[in-house]
Design a protein around this ligand. Structure first.
Ligand SMILES: [Zn+2]
Ligand SMILES: [Zn+2]
Length: 130
């Protein structure tokens, strides 16, 4: 299959990239910044070929991703479905309801409300028309 062969090709190129990275890692301690005239010794943990000054903050990126991983704190929220109003604990700040059941009920209530508003306004306009 054509799809499979192209996938295999991509896999091979990825593999050689990984090999390159491994090779640079092996010589990691002795590398210097690629920018002419800089000559800064690169940290073995620096994945780029330039120093932190010229590389555009790989360290910041590193810090940000690690912080993100530990940032999933648990928060206590109140269920947004008012008849329920239960407290629940979640690590997802976008979560509004204590359970799927409440989410569904809140959704249904909203649909019913808008339907009622619609019928009300259509009744009014019908009355106005007559
Ligand atoms: Zn440099
Ligand atoms: Zn609830």
């Amino acid at each position: 299959m054509e799809f499979r062969s192209s996938k295999a090709l991509r896999g091979r190129s990825l593999h050689s990239v990984a090999e390159d990275m491994l090779r640079t890692k092996t010589y990691g301690a002795g590398r210097i910044c690629k920018v002419d005239g800089c000559g800064t010794r690169l940290s073995a943990y620096n994945p780029s070929a330039v120093c932190a000054l010229h590389g555009g903050g790989w360290k910041d990126e590193f810090r940000r991703t690690t912080r993100k991983a530990t940032q999933r704190e648990e928060i206590t929220r109140l269920c947004a479905y008012e008849p329920c109003g239960r407290e629940f604990v979640t690590s997802n700040p976008a979560k509004k309801y204590c359970s799927d059941a409440c989410r569904m009920k809140a959704f249904q209530a909203r649909v019913m409300m808008s339907r009622r508003e619609q019928t009300d306004s259509s009744l009014q306009s019908a009355r106005r028309a007559s």
